[in-house]
Design a binder for this molecule. Sequence first.
Ligand code: GLC
Length: 380
Amino acid sequence: MIKNRRTTDGYTYTVPSPETYPYQWLWDSCFHAMILCKFDTETAKDELRSLVVKQFEDGMIPHMIYWERGKLHDYQWGKEGTSAITQPPILADAIWKIYQTDKDLNFLKELYPKARDFYKYLIKERDPRSHHLIGIINPDESGEDNSPRFDEVLEVEADITQDDHLKKRLGLVSANRECDFNVGVCMKKHFWVKDVPFNSLCIKNLNTLSEIALLLGYTEDAESFKLNSDLIARAMREFMWQDGTFWPIDIDHNKIKVSTWAHFAPMIANLYSPEEARLIVEKYFTAEELLGEFGIRTVSKKEKSYDPTGFWRGPIWMVPHWVIYKGLINYGFTKEADLIKEKSLQLIEKSGFREYFNPETGEGYGAEDFTWGGLVLDMD
Ligand code: GLC
């Protein structure tokens, strides 16, 4: 974390990997703040301050901030200086964690309006048909860039290469640039998925935001965020539920039935009943489906697209591990949660702070000095 700290224009932030990801990323920074909390809340606060300073007027927070332009993969994901798409909304939980650590009410007051505007944006702009589900306009907004959950809507084959997939997503960005990133238009014309982890994390964070609002005396906001959290949870049941689990849906509300770690994600927001959660663990926390020798596969071994080396098409990533860990704890699956933590530590010891890992061999791939391994510190 120390090695990856950077300061530009007086703003201090952490790059996910100096060589591969030399910018600031939205959900990464929220995780960084949670990790940094374990050492020094002032550093954690600076991380989030740098993040929200580039918030758009409509409330959106971009998923990338190019603090130092021209470094690497110098393609534009949108506007000048930042991308024009977002990432899973875990900002409220990051702010809350800092507050819980040092009880600095001033920091809560400082960041609250930024968080409020971001979640209001998601509720208003990302749900143009008022179905109470938040939509994404590019797979990268899920944080799982080439996950096969998006293959059908992107119209790509199960064996697509990582490079071809990136080209496809960049094509989407160009198309969205033509719509000037007007999400209503972009979603209708090009790509509109209501995804399971994104909405699960949003539900959890709206509850957190509601608590923050209440603490600060904004009762109306508190009620409204709680209501929206409940509405999204209800809509997930109505539109995404089938065969004992939640599935992402497309523009016409067709379920996208690709089996991934996303089966576990609703547990972080308590969206399953205890019995449903038990059945999920029984079915998917297994070697035939998602449990590899070294941890949880991002894609089920039963899927045609499963590739233990394929970026988000099978390998283990620490963020899903963290989400699954928290969800398992919620439902009292301590043995399984301990296993996730143990496997995470084992991977870091074996292969270092790598970006993603082969679930069958433990081999590390992708970026080096990658920050996400630090999340084991928050598996407590
Ligand atoms: C990769 C990941 C994405 C992450 C980014 C920076 O693109 O898929 O989730 O935010 O790297 O670490």
